[in-house]
Design a protein around this ligand. Sequence first.
Ligand SMILES: [Zn+2]
Ligand SMILES: [Zn+2]
Length: 345
Amino acid sequence: MNEDAEQTKHPSHAPSELRQDPVSGEWVVIATGRAKRPQDFASAPQKRATPSAYPCPFEVLFPNAHSVYARDGGTNADEWLVQVVPNKYPAFVGGACPVLREVGPYRVTDGIGFHEVVITRDHARPLGVQTSTEAELVLRAYQDRFRAIKADSCMRYISVFHNHGPLAGATIEHPHSQIIATPVIPPDIGRSIAGSHAYAQTHGGACVHCAVLRHELRAGERVVYENNDAVVLAPFASKTAFELRVMPRTHCAYFEEAGASERRGVAEALTVSLARIAKGLGDPDYNFFLHTAPVGPPESFSHYHWHIEIIPKTAVWAGFEIGTGIEISTISPEEAAAFLKNVIV
Ligand SMILES: [Zn+2]
Ligand SMILES: [Zn+2]
């Protein structure tokens, strides 16, 4: 074991270790004193419905689709693989830039924004079993919408997320992601940006994510998968058991600027990660989401490093988590990585 790995070794006398995320500053508890084996996290077999079991609304190509991506690389409607459509029940709608109002001690603003759905064609094939070519199309669809939404000067953040299964909040089983653009920077993003900015200030402009990547590739113990363009890590301060982070190797703050090679590498890393979680843990529900630099007024976020976070639903937030924001994970990320590294998909 080298020096880097040695420094993060768990002390034997304590039943848990408090770890701090170097970017967000958030603390987590890795409570391996209450240790379970990796297999003990496996979900009970899931009953996934078939499209014929109920009328699935996502089986058709929507006439109002913003964009369509077809098998042949073109837009042949019969061959569609990915489509982006406006959400039928949006949380945010387009309109004039909202104005912040003060109501007594409160601040309020209108829910002006974008809410779109990115649908892949095959009901029975979640992203984890799709090819990396198909997943790359999904990333391309995200990027194209990013560029279009960015043109709206009111928006400050574009959030991309994917809910798989009811425990992860998916109300429609058909594989789909969502894009929500808001006129405010969400708090988790704000914390990440502030943390990454503070690190750059005190480290000659260096990127904290690049530093983490270098450290993790040297230490090796939390690396789950890597290819030429991307690395999958079980984060040192994992918020939840089997959390994974897909990091592009090349430093870039803005997801929408990632090139074809990165898209392919990240798509491959994402599908491998989801497939190993599904196979190793009995197809648990999960969320994944993109973290990238905010949009809007010219302000440099060049210190940031876009990435994807995958959170399997292996635990429920209880009073301590809700009351403090500190999550307790009962398997160490080192053990989770060792387990997922060896799942054959
Ligand atoms: Zn469907
Ligand atoms: Zn970086």
